[in-house]
Design a protein around this ligand. Structure first.
Ligand code: ATP
Ligand code: MG
Length: 213
C-alpha cells in the first residue's frame, strides 16, 4: 500500500525534511526548483504532495493524503474533523497575537467595553479568544497582509501570527495580547491509520523520536 504525505512549501517543507530524513525518507526533488505538485521519494511507495498550508487538513481529512503537517493555527480554523493529531513536531513555532497601532490604548478600550473591529485570517481562534475575555468584537475576515488593516482604518486591531515582531514594527504596530502559542503538528487520516497501520505506525514513531526537545 502506498503512503501520501501532504506538506506545504516553505518553512513547513524545510523544517519537516530532517524529520522525514530520520525516518529514512528523502524527496527526489525540491518543491522550490520543481513545479511538480507530486514529489517522489527514495521509497517507491511513499510520495509527497505539495498543497497550500491551509489545505493540508482538508487533503488528510478526505484521505487524499494519509498524513500531513499543519500549523496549530490552521488546525484550529479547520476544526480537525477526521484527523488524528498524534504529535506536536515543535517546528514552525510562532505566536498568535492581538496587535494594534502604536498609540492605540487597547487596555482602555477593553476596560471601557468598547466594541472593537478586528481584522484577521484566524476568525475562529479570534472569536474564541475574545468570547473568553468577554470583549465585544466585529470580526473582519482577511486572507493576508493583516498589518495594513489598522493603518488604513479598516480595523482597530488584528489577530495575526508573530515570530520576531519585525513585520509589526515595520508597520508601526505593536503586539498587545497573546492568544496562543503555535507550532506544527503531524495529522493522520483516521481511516488510513487503521488500514495502513503496519506501514504508518513505524513512520510515525520514527518521526516522533526525531523531534527536538
Ligand atoms: P502563504 O505564506 O503562502 O500565504 P501561509 O501563511 O498559510 O501561506 P506559511 O507562511 O508557510 O503559509 O505558514 C505555514 C505555517 O507556519 C502557519 O500555519 C504557521 O503555523 C507557521 N508560521 C507562519 N508564520 C510563521 C513565522 N513567521 N514563524 C514561524 N512559523 C510561522
Ligand atoms: Mg505566510
Amino acid at each position: 500500500m502506498s503512503i501520501t504525505i501532504a506538506l506545504s512549501k516553505g518553512r513547513i517543507f524545510e523544517e519537516t525534511l530532517p524529520l522525514l530524513a530520520a525516518a529514512g525518507i528523502e524527496p527526489l526533488e525540491s518543491p522550490d526548483s520543481s513545479r511538480k505538485l507530486i514529489i517522489d521519494t527514495n521509497h517507491a511507495e511513499i510520495r509527497l504532495i505539495i498543497v497550500r498550508a491551509t489545505d493540508v487538513p482538508t487533503y488528510v481529512q478526505y484521505g487524499a493524503a494519509d498524513i500531513g503537517v499543519a500549523g496549530h493555527d490552521v488546525l484550529l480554523e479547520h476544526g480537525g474533523a477526521g484527523l488524528y493529531q498524534p504529535v506536536d513536531l515543535r517546528i514552525a513555532q510562532c505566536r498568535l497575537m492581538v496587535a494594534t497601532r502604536v498609540g492605540f490604548d487597547y487596555e482602555a478600550a477593553v476596560r471601557q467595553g468598547a466594541r472593537l473591529r478586528v481584522a484577521t485570517k484566524y476568525t475562529e481562534s479570534a472569536r474564541q479568544h475574545f468570547a473568553k475575555k468577554g470583549v465585544h468584537v466585529d470580526l473582519i475576515k482577511l486572507y493576508g497582509s493583516m498589518e495594513l488593516a489598522p493603518l488604513v482604518g479598516l480595523a482597530d486591531a488584528i489577530v495575526d501570527l508573530v515570530s520576531t515582531g519585525s513585520t509589526l514594527k515595520a508597520n508601526q504596530l505593536v503586539a498587545v495580547e497573546h492568544v496562543l502559542d503555535v507550532s506544527s503538528r503531524l495529522v493522520v487520516n483516521q481511516a488510513a491509520l487503521k488500514l495502513k497501520r503496519k506501514q504508518l505506525q513505524p513512520l510515525l514513531d520514527q518521526i516522533a523520536s526525531a523531534i527536538s526537545c
